[in-house]
Design a protein around this ligand. Structure first.
Ligand code: PLP
Length: 428
């Protein structure tokens, strides 16, 4: 494949945008080489500026669950855009999307729209702190909740009382209110609560982690987490920015039959436009301004184009439950066949999956938390990634991300992908 125009565009972008990208993972730093610039996308395919075509396994990191440029989503945006693009006044579209979203997810009374998953999670912990009148939060290492200060924290050395900043610019003052726990480790979690009696406002978790590969909670883990939060009057926040409307209509809450106190959304809920949201029961949501005292706002929040793209996407998912069945079938087929090929080629690997999320780690021991996800062979991953890319398969350019399937993907596309994998395995 030729990447001439992409490399030229990258050179120009780097002059005016740090690292040439507006979100770091796009820069290919983890896999080497220079990023490919997209020109358009349709269905399951991405096209780059040099005219190369790729089968897309990231779906814009989640949102494009129906596939790119879905006719119903495009139609709704085209219709709404003619009436203007932003008003700074409430619109009926916001209520329509709110009602639809709330009707699909379990036990949520009200929802507030923001512009990204980051904003949703940031606002959710502020709300949890305001509601409980406590300061500390617990997050799990390897879970990503966006880039707001409270989440850019790593475990302090050997202490379970507070964390430390893992980005310059995050203050120690902020870090002291975030405690880090290993995913899937109940006894560690219990010890944190024991040392911080009546201080934990909330525990935030990706109910299925998608940002250290795909990591599924151990049986009973989320149930016990729910009990511990109840015992300590702490709120449980499910970060469903990735899993929401992806794993099922009602997200992870529905498939695990566990209700969180606050749930955050993003990605699919905006159908490819910038939307985030957080939802909870009335008692908690009514603490938010303008009714309550917890401040939260946004100039472009509830933007009409974003609301209509989200509505068209959720409506399609809501009216066609078979989309989830079909996504599951495609993932299952991909998973089974990938396993066969990798085994035949004597590659050490772990495949984790849930619904339309699947990840491949090149290591021999199970991946159940952040530490075990680090054991993958990164050099091997780089070769695999670039090999697949040359065959026209666009995978996440990082060994710590899942694939997010979209429903435009056909079994033929998957067979094409599996053939590419066979070729790439031979050359590794
Ligand atoms: C993507 C993601 C976020 C951040 O959302 P942005 O829209 O990128 O700010 C938060 N949490 C999870 C689980 C995510 O996957």
């Amino acid at each position: 494949m030729i990447y001439k125009r992409s490399s030229e565009l990258y050179k120009e972008a780097k002059k005016v945008i740090p690292g040439g990208v507006n979100s770091p993972v796009r820069a290919f730093k983890a896999v080497g080489g220079s990023p490919i610039f997209a020109s358009m996308a349709k269905g399951a395919y991405l096209y780059d500026e040099d005219g190369n075509r790729y089968i897309d396994y990231i779906s814009s990191w989640g949102p494009m669950i129906l596939g790119h440029a879905h006719p119903k989503v495009l139609k709704s945006i085209t219709k709404v855009v003619k009436n203007g693009t932003s008003f700074g006044m409430p619109t009926e579209l916001e209520t329509k999307l709110a009602k639809l979203a709330l009707s699909m997810v379990p036990k949520m009374d009200k929802i507030r729209f923001v512009n990204s998953g980051t904003e949703a999670c940031m606002s959710a912990i502020r709300l949890a702190r305001g509601f409980t009148k406590r300061d500390k939060i617990i997050k799990f290492s390897g879970c990503y909740h966006g880039h707001s200060d409270s989440f850019l924290i790593e475990a302090g050395s050997g202490v379970i009382t507070f964390g430390e900043p893992n980005s310059p610019g995050v203050t120690k003052g902020t870090a002291k209110d975030t405690i880090i726990a290993p995913y899937n480790d109940i006894s560690y979690l219990k010890s944190i609560f024991k040392e911080n009696v009546n201080q934990i406002a909330a525990v935030i978790i990706e109910p299925v982690a998608g940002n250290m590969g795909c990591i599924v909670p151990n049986p009973g883990f989320l149930e016990t987490l729910r009990e511990i939060c109840d015992l300590n009057n702490s709120l449980l926040i499910f970060d469903e920015v990735m899993t929401g409307f992806r794993l099922s209509k009602g997200g992870a809450q529905q498939i695990f039959e566990i209700n969180a106190d606050i749930v955050t959304y993003g990605k699919v809920i905006g159908g490819g436009l910038p939307v985030g949201a957080f939802a909870s029961r009335n008692e908690i949501m009514d603490e938010l301004s303008p009714i309550g005292k917890v401040y939260q706002a946004g100039t472009l929040s509830g933007n009409p184009l974003a609301m209509t793209a989200g509505y068209a996407t959720l409506n399609e998912l809501n009216n066609n439950s078979d989309i989830y069945t079909s996504l599951n079938e495609k993932r299952e087929y991909l998973e089974i066949e990938m396993k066969k090929i990798l085994k035949d080629n004597k590659v050490d690997f772990q495949i984790n999956s849930c619904g339309s999320m699947i990840s491949l780690h090149f290591c021999s021991s199970p991946v159940v938390d952040f530490n075990s996800s680090l054991k993958g062979n990164n050099n091997f991953f780089k070769k695999y990634f670039h090999g697949m890319l040359k065959e026209g398969i666009y995978l996440p350019p990082s060994p710590f991300e899942s694939y997010f399937l979209n429903n435009a993907l056909s079994f033929n596309d998957i067979d094409f992908t599996l053939n590419a994998l066979k070729k790439v395995c031979k050359s590794l």
